[in-house]
Design a protein around this ligand. Structure first.
Ligand code: NAD
Length: 264
C-alpha cells in the first residue's frame, strides 16, 4: 500500500535521536507521504533532530518543552501560522527522575511525582487541546505508553502511575473529541533500547525477560511500532478510538514464565 498519509500534515513530538520511538514512527509516516513537523526539547536535542527532519523533508522543526505551557502554545501557533490546520499528532514524551526509577515505588517524592505526571501524562492532554483546535476536518492522535500502567514492573514505579493516567486520558480525550471526528489512541510498546528506556534501573533484565517470555519470543522493533502508529494515524483505523494497542510481541497476555525461561 502506498500514499496512505498523502495530503496529511502532522506534528511528531519526542524525537531525541534515531533510536527514538518517535523517529521510528516518523519514518513510516514519511514513507507513506505525510508532511511532518517535529518538536524537540532544548537545543542539544535540536542539533540531533534537525538532520533527521531533513532526511524526511520536514521544514518545521520547533523547540517545545512540555513543562512550559507557553512553549506548547507557541509550538501550535507556529503550526497554525504555517499550515492553518493539522491532521495528526504523535506524542512520544516521557520523563521521570532516574533516581526514582529504582527501589520502592512507595519512596517516590512529591516533587518527582508531580513533575513525572506533568511531563508524561498531563502534557498529552494539553497538546491534544491545542491540536484539536487545529483539526477542522477530524484527525488522529497517538501517544506512547507501557504495560507498567496496568501491572507492576520492577523499577518502573511512578512512570507506571503516570502511564495509567495517560491511558485514562486517551479514553477521556477520545470521548471529548469523537463527535468532531478526532480519534485518540495509545500504543503500548514492549521495551525498546532508547534514551528514556535506559533510565529505568535493570532495563537490560526487563528487555531479556520479555524477550524470553513473550509469545513471539523476541522484542519488538522501531519499524513495528512505526507500522502500528501508521495504522492508527491513517484512515485504515477510521473506526478505532480510545484504544490502547499493544505492540509487545504479545507479552501482556502471558501470566506465567515458561519452565525453560525460569531455568535461564
Ligand atoms: P526517547 O528518550 O528517545 O524519547 C523520549 C522523549 O521525551 C525525548 O525526545 C525527550 O526530549 C522527550 N521529553 C522529555 N521531557 C520533555 C519535556 N519536558 N518537553 C518535551 N519533550 C520532553 O525514548 P523513547 O523510549 O522513544 O520514549 C518515547 C515514549 O515512548 C515515552 O513516552 C516512553 O515512555 C514511551 N515508551 C518507551 C518504551 C521503551 O521501552 N523505550 C516502551 C513503551 C513506551
Amino acid at each position: 500500500m502506498e500514499g496512505l498519509m498523502k495530503g496529511k500534515r502532522g506534528l511528531v513530538m519526542g524525537v531525541a535521536n534515531d533510536h527514538s520511538i518517535a523517529w521510528g514512527i516518523a519514518k513510516k509516516l514519511a514513507e507513506q507521504g505525510a508532511e511532518l513537523a517535529f518538536s524537540y526539547q532544548g537545543e542539544a536535542f535540536g542539533r540531533r533532530v534537525k538532520p533527521l527532519a531533513d532526511q524526511v523533508g520536514a521544514e518545521l522543526v520547533v523547540s517545545c518543552d512540555v513543562e512550559d505551557s507557553a512553549s506548547v502554545a507557541a509550538t501550535f501557533k507556529t503550526l497554525e501560522d504555517a499550515w492553518g490546520g493539522l491532521d495528526f499528532i504523535v506524542h512520544a514524551i516521557g520523563f521521570s527522575d532516574k533516581n526514582e526509577l529504582k527501589g520502592l515505588y512507595a519512596d517516590t517524592s512529591r516533587e518527582n511525582f508531580i513533575r513525572t505526571m506533568v511531563i508524561s501524562c498531563y502534557s498529552f492532554t494539553e497538546v491534544a487541546r491545542h491540536a484539536a483546535a487545529l483539526m477542522k476536518d477530524g484527525g488522529s492522535m497517538v501517544t506512547l505508553t507501557y504495560a507498567g500502567s496496568v501491572r507492576v514492573m520492577p523499577n518502573y514505579n511512578v512512570m507506571g502511575v503516570a502511564k495509567a493516567g495517560l491511558e485514562a486520558s486517551v479514553r477521556y480525550l477520545a470521548n471529548d473529541y469523537g463527535p468532531r471526528g478526532i480519534r485518540v489512541n495509545g500504543i503500548s510498546a514492549g521495551p525498546v533500547r532508547t534514551l528514556a528506556g535506559a533510565g529505568i534501573s535493570d532495563a537490560r533484565h526487563m528487555f531479556g525477560y520479555q524477550q524470553r517470555n513473550s509469545p513471539l519470543r523476541r522484542n519488538i522493533t522501531l519499524d513495528e511500532v512505526g507500522n502500528s502508529a501508521l495504522y492508527l494515524l491513517s484512515d485504515l483505523s477510521s473506526g478505532v478510538t480510545g484504544e490502547i494497542h499493544y505492540v509487545d510481541s504479545g507479552y501482556h497476555i502471558v501470566s506465567m514464565p515458561t519452565l525453560e525461561a525460569l531455568k535461564e
